[in-house]
Design a protein around this ligand. Structure first.
Ligand code: FE
Ligand code: FE
Length: 165
């Protein structure tokens, strides 16, 4: 298909995000299992539930657009999650691994923030007000998650990882 309009690019970008979210839903439980810090584990578990709602929002948007969400694999997210997986296979102290998992998770959130910021802007320009609102909600959630991870890292997890045992 030739992508000759912002409308088509919008749908392609939404498909990319849909694939990204689906991959995150697969990865988060694996990551949560590796976490030592209970607050961080809880943050991952909560974000899994939030992520499922985000997929539902995308489903709503695709329904409104009368398009299928399928047919695209988000290679960016695949790469980020692959890096996270590599990290989990390293021989690391549990406290250091927690810091590494936050690092991996924040890269994921930043990718999503970039993606959702873009499609939200497209939706506004294309006059898709309902979509724009739904996408803004998800964008806000990703931002909150990113902030929460920063706070956990700076208040305890990085500090604990810095202690030599
Ligand atoms: Fe998400
Ligand atoms: Fe997220």
């Amino acid at each position: 298909m030739e992508i000759d309009s912002l409308q088509k690019l919008y749908v392609e970008e939404l498909k990319d995000l849909y694939s990204a979210e689906k991959q995150i839903i697969q990865a988060l439980p694996r990551m949560a299992k590796k976490v030592a810090n209970p607050q961080l584990r809880q943050a991952f578990e909560e974000h899994l539930e939030v992520t499922k709602k985000q997929v539902e929002r995308l489903d709503q948007i695709f329904e409104r657009l009368e398009r299928s969400p399928r047919g695209k694999k988000c290679k960016g997210m695949e790469g980020l999650l692959e890096e996270g997986k590599e990290m989990m296979q390293e021989d690391m102290d549990p406290e250091v691994l927690d810091a590494a998992l936050i690092s991996a998770a924040q890269k994921v959130e930043h990718y999503e923030i970039a993606g959702y910021g873009t499609v939200r802007a497209y939706a506004q320009l294309l006059g898709e007000e309902v979509d724009a609102r739904l996408l803004q909600q998800t964008l806000d959630e990703e931002g909150e998650t990113d902030k929460k991870l920063t706070q956990l890292a700076e208040s305890s997890i990085n500090v604990e990882a810095a202690v030599e045992v």
